[in-house]
Design a protein around this ligand. Sequence first.
Ligand SMILES: [Cu+2]
Length: 183
Amino acid sequence: MRLKPVGSMAAILQALALGLCCIGSASVMAQNTAPAGDVVSHGGRAISAESPMVRQPIPGKTMTAAFMVLKNHTDSDETLTSASARWAGRIELHTHKHENGVMKMRQVDSIKVPANGSVTLQPGGLHLMIFDVQQPLPATVGGELPLELCFSKSGCLSYQAKLVDLRNMVMPGKEGHHQPMAM
Ligand SMILES: [Cu+2]
């Protein structure tokens, strides 16, 4: 499949830092996710996750999404094949595609993480779609939620994702394309 990042995680963090969210600053966020997300050191793991985050579900909704930058520290391509979390009923791998001028979400079988490279899961692009979220969640905004990601070669690895409130986040170029399911 084609991987076409529409922006960068830096842009997302910048948006968060601009007071659009509940998080004090991007640096604090990066710091806080370092031990769990392996930003500083990937701890010998084949695949690390930078700034893993789960969007706080809209009140009354049991669906949400997760975003992160997956980095492959090995010399061979990896493939994310599935994801799960004990606080969610089901997680699908999704992407966004333009169809007749409208952005639509599509489920994908897998997400490639290129050798010694990375892939960005972000609003408007690839993401983890999370269904049947436990209510209330076992974490509040700013807290961490465990996520399990399974890769074709490295097996299943556990990550800690930060619960963030993205309701007011501005996505460049996405104005007018907001859909109920869009993240
Ligand atoms: Cu989706």
